[in-house]
Design a protein. Structure first.
Length: 571
């Protein structure tokens, strides 16, 4: 076997530009990824995978922020400007072992023929060049180019020194987390160039309100942090002075604009004794301030801080679990009953997560977090494949369970035009199960009825051609478009038993009559108590489900339960 010298390899590729570009991409010592407009990875090289601590085959399809501590350094995922745009930002790469490492990210838009950015090239330079935990000064950009302020990496260095000094001298220290109110809407209205200029003006005003010994830094996006030497009273005085500095209107191209900020304050050592605790506490306090209205400030609420820590811990564990779903997730099945005969007429497939130190968690406890992390579609599809496998096994074993319809709830993200792997749901199902899916019902959340469903309506119709039946879940929990409900190819609609309790019983009855008039079968879920069962009795519903009738069970438990039940497959 002959071995080509690298220079010979380059010469052999010189006549093939596309192959040469691919070779350069693959061999680059800098991490490189191409993402789509939604920020999901389309292509990654080996250098990126070394930086991110993942396998190359694992990177594709994940949202780029999955690999970064984005709560600290929010990263824009799309560009609204028509012309190509680029930016640089220091980010923290989050490894599976929980460690975070500084990385310099450069983003370049890859416009289509219409000058609209459809993909982005992201280049990553590892700022750690040895086993030391200090970034290389050859790469470390200390100053945020938009505002001229210290960036996140320099802030951490200064915060570390400030904490050491405060501890040594037994002095107080305050950290302020500052978020510009409604800045995304402002940025969308004035454009990114004008938005960057506004951030620069805002930073200069805030800098002018500080004392010489205080530090103001930009985290990224519209988030800033201040390190103040002194007590809670001193921190409040500085925060109020800062808000006063922002009161005069800001000049923009077509007039003037008022900007306000929400400020959260955390104190050392009262609220936290380390960098992470102070930043988390101040961010939680900022969220408390924002709930009060624009231009407000708040100190740490320790109950909220605990909730934020738990939320962050859950998201980290959930993200890690999604890498190997077969080790951490299982599909459990909850029976559906005909209340008139008491027979089991169907099953609902529910994805349960085995969280470390918590045991099995129901989907309601982590579904929102999964959607925030961009994991909804990925987990739904894993649950779909497991459900198909179970159905095949039951049919092969001639089990009565193989005759039952199975309902699987979907996340809202499944109705989006672009999924993480570029495959619409109907294509995914055809590839994995070419036979008719007349036994499968897919449930979409009712909040989708308030969205633009033109593209989704086509997808739903294609699913129906595969034999799939469709239901809408949690109807009545919010506003919905009646005309849109009538146009969708729905077989069933379900509402929660709480809607049938005394105060809303007439609403539930009217909803059932409406559904029947539209030839949509009504059903009820979350019938968890005897009170719930009595409340829905007068509605004479054909299908009910809830813990009062039967719990969600593993496949093994379901097989054992089967021997005690009357099974009657529904039409």
């Amino acid at each position: 076997m002959s071995h080509h010298h690298p220079q010979e390899r380059i010469r052999s590729l010189s006549g093939h530009p596309a192959r040469l570009i691919q070779h350069a991409f693959d061999q680059s010592h800098n991490g490189m990824v191409i993402t789509d407009a939604t920020g999901h990875i389309v292509l990654a090289n080996e250098a990126f995978c070394r930086i991110a601590g993942c396998e190359r085959r694992e990177a594709t399809g994940w949202p780029i922020e999955h690999f970064f501590a984005s709560l600290r350094t929010p990263m824009p995922m799309s560009l609204d400007d028509a012309m190509p745009h680029a930016w640089q930002q220091e980010v923290l790469c989050r490894h599976a072992d929980g460690e975070s490492h500084p990385v310099l990210m450069t983003v370049d838009a890859l416009p289509s023929t219409h000058d609209q950015a459809t993909h982005f090239l992201r280049t990553f330079v590892n700022l750690i060049t040895s086993h030391s935990d200090r970034p290389s000064t050859h790469h470390w950009v200390h100053v945020d180019p938009t505002t001229g302020l210290p960036n996140w990496l320099l802030l951490r260095d200064r915060l570390s020194h400030a904490l050491a000094h405060a501890e040594r001298t037994d002095h107080g220290l305050a950290l302020l987390f500052i978020d510009v109110d409604r800045f995304k809407a402002v940025n969308d209205a004035v454009g990114h160039i004008e938005g960057d200029r506004l951030l620069g003006d805002l930073a200069r005003r805030m800098q002018g309100a500080l004392r010489n010994r205080d530090t103001l830094a930009r985290l990224g996006g519209d988030e800033f942090v201040m390190i103040l030497d002194g007590s809670a009273e001193a921190a409040q005085i500085v925060a109020e002075r800062l808000q006063e500095a922002l009161e005069p209107p800001f000049a923009v191209e077509n007039g003037q604009l008022l900007l306000t900020v929400s400020i959260g304050i955390a104190l050392f050592p009262f609220d936290a004794e380390d960098e992470e605790g102070l930043i988390n506490g101040a961010q939680g306090a900022m969220l408390t301030a924002r709930q009060k209205g624009p231009g407000r400030l708040a100190f740490v609420d320790h109950r909220l801080t605990a909730q934020l820590k738990e939320k962050f811990r859950l998201e980290c564990q959930l993200s890690e679990a999604a890498h190997a779903p077969e080790k951490h997730f299982a599909v459990h099945y909850q029976p559906e009953f005909d209340p008139r005969s008491g027979a089991c007429i169907g099953l609902e497939a529910r994805l349960y997560w085995h969280q470390p130190h918590h045991g099995w968690r129901s989907p309601e406890t982590f579904r929102d977090a999964a959607n925030r992390l961009g994991l909804g579609v990925r987990l739904d599809r894993w649950a779909l494949l497991k459900t198909i496998d179970d159905h095949h096994r039951w049919q092969a074993d001639a089990s009565p369970l193989g005759m039952l319809t199975i309902t699987l709830p979907l996340s809202e993200s499944h109705l989006a035009h672009n999924t993480f792997d570029g495959r619409p749901l109907d294509r995914f199902l055809r590839q994995h199960h070419p036979d008719p899916l007349t036994w499968l019902t897919l449930a979409i959340p009712s909040q989708c009825l308030g969205l633009k469903l033109e593209d989704a309506a086509h997808l739903l119709k294609r699913l129906v051609t595969l034999g799939v039946r469709l239901t809408v879940d949690d109807l009545g929990d919010g506003a919905f478009d009646l005309a849109r409900l009538a146009r969708l190819p729905l077989h069933r609609a379900r509402f929660r038993a709480s809607l049938a309790r005394e105060s809303q019983r007439s609403l539930a009855a009217a909803l059932c009559r409406l559904l029947e008039a539209l030839a949509i079968e009504p059903g009820v879920t979350h019938v968890d108590t005897l009170e719930d069962a009595l409340a829905i009795e007068a509605l004479s519903l054909p299908r009910v489900q809830g813990e009062h009738y039967g719990l969600a069970m593993s496949t093994q438990a379901l097989d054992d339960w089967l021997g005690t039940q009357n099974i009657s497959p529904s039409a």
